[in-house]
Design a protein around this ligand. Structure first.
Ligand SMILES: *Cc1c(COP(=O)(O)O)cnc(C)c1O
Length: 415
């Protein structure tokens, strides 16, 4: 047997190490559609029970929207289930091109290319457009998929301190001699919910002749007055050269992603990006679903407006109750607990009260910054938020952290 006992033992030891460090990720099984109200089995084998979901990326409540489901049924009948091909062989239907046009229109860019996921978009784009004469300058907190894309590209890589524009400017000066420069950031950062300073970044890019790359996965559909993304919020529509985003969050939550931006860059990706060339086309049913989502969001801002109201209500409720939050105005609302075990215990107690919200701790966030990351949705109604608030307050009292400062919480529980 190739898979000897010593190989097995090696992996078993590593898995034990992960477990004893308290870093073992246990999945919860959802027995319902993805929505505000879900049915959850946790731990495995336990009785399935109802819970309010406070940690999905389902920002606009589109994951199980009846009109989307109806459109997908019709799409399934008209274009079938799978394509069994990559795009450039025989995997491009008319609806793939239609979706690329619709995304371009929605984001206000020049052109768009679909990818199987945003992870694939980020892994493919840099290698397709840069060489070892170029430099990529990224914010230190960009998403893991961007880091992987950077690793796959032969261009030089440098970083700037999170959202620190002076540091970015220094780096742009330092790399003035490079052929091409790309400044790389998330639009909204997923762990803290803060927004990149895109207006300042766009100005710096103009001054230093650099391209601007923004991953708007946690923004597309709901950030900005009409939900176009952080470029709309920051008043720089048309000035971001490369936007990547996902259809796996607010835009229906199924799967798929894209690179949208300058037409030459999109064409370079079509010719050269490896996840585009060597991974299967997005399933037609997903394409019809995203088309319907964009149609709904383009017709009315009702859902992103509701999300904004819900978010204000939730932030105010938690603040008034005396929790320490990360400041911000996005639907990502981190409740800071600082200690990893406290975050896990807090999450478990919430679940006992019918609230599903996960604790995050190192290495997902820096050491000493453990938290419950709550995410608000237009799928939530006020009664969901009130019930969740009640549960947070009950558990907050139990752990005696209400009205306590960061220092007081750390003094009690350690970091
Ligand atoms: C979720 C996320 C991705 C990955 O998107 P997928 O389409 O699920 O691969 C990429 N970048 C950021 C910033 C994300 O939050």
């Amino acid at each position: 047997m190739g898979y000897s006992n010593s190989i097995r033992g090696l992996y078993q030891a590593q898995l034990k190490e992960i477990e004893s460090a308290g870093l073992f990720k246990q999945e919860r099984f959802i027995h319902s559609t993805q929505a505000a109200d879900i049915e959850v089995e946790f731990p495995a084998g336990a009785t399935v029970k109802p819970a309010i979901n406070m940690c999905a990326n389902n920002y606009l409540g589109m994951s199980s929207h009846p009109e989307v489901i109806k459109a997908v049924h019709a799409g399934l009948d008209q274009r079938g289930y799978g394509m069994s091909s990559v795009r450039f062989i025989c995997g491009t239907q008319d609806i793939h091109k239609e979706l690329e046009r619709k995304v371009t229109e929605f984001l206000g860019t020049e052109d768009t290319i679909l990818f199987p996921s945003c992870m694939d978009a980020n892994c493919g784009v840099f290698e397709a457009i840069l060489t070892n004469e170029d430099v990529m300058i990224s914010d230190r907190l960009v998403h893991a998929s961007i880091i992987d894309g950077i690793r796959l590209c032969s261009a030089m890589h440098d970083t700037f301190k999170h959202s620190n524009m002076e540091h970015l400017e220094e780096k742009l000066q330092l790399h003035a001699d490079k052929r091409l420069k790309v400044v790389i950031t998330d639009g909204v950062f997923s762990m803290d919910g803060d927004t990149a300073k895109l207006d300042e970044m766009a100005d710096l890019c103009d001054t230093y002749d650099a391209m601007l790359f923004v991953d708007d996965s946690h923004s597309s559909g709901f950030i900005g007055k009409t939900g176009r993304g952080t470029h709309e919020k920051c008043g720089i529509m048309g000035r971001v050269d490369i936007i990547t985003t996902t259809f796996g969050k607010a835009l229906g939550g199924a799967s798929g992603g894209c690179v949208s931006g300058r037409s030459e860059i999109v064409e370079m990706c079509r010719q050269k990006a490896r996840p585009y060339l060597f991974s299967n086309t997005i399933a037609p049913v997903v394409v019809t679903g995203v088309l319907k989502v964009l149609e709904i969001l383009s017709a009315s801002t009702e859902r992103r407006d509701k999300l904004e109201t819900n978010t204000e209500y939730w932030r105010k409720g938690l603040t008034d109750a005396g929790f320490v939050l990360k400041e911000g105005d996005t639907p990502i609302v981190p409740v800071m607990l600082f200690n990893a075990k406290l975050a896990q215990d807090f999450s478990r107690e919430l679940f006992n009260l019918g609230i599903y919200a996960i604790g995050f701790f190192f290495p997902v966030v820096p050491k000493g910054q453990a938290r419950i990351r709550t995410q608000i949705s237009a799928g939530h109604d006020i009664h969901h938020l009130d019930k969740a608030l009640d549960a947070f307050i009950t558990v907050g009292k139990k752990f005696n952290i209400l009205g306590k400062s960061k220092k007081e919480i750390i003094d009690m529980y350690g970091q």
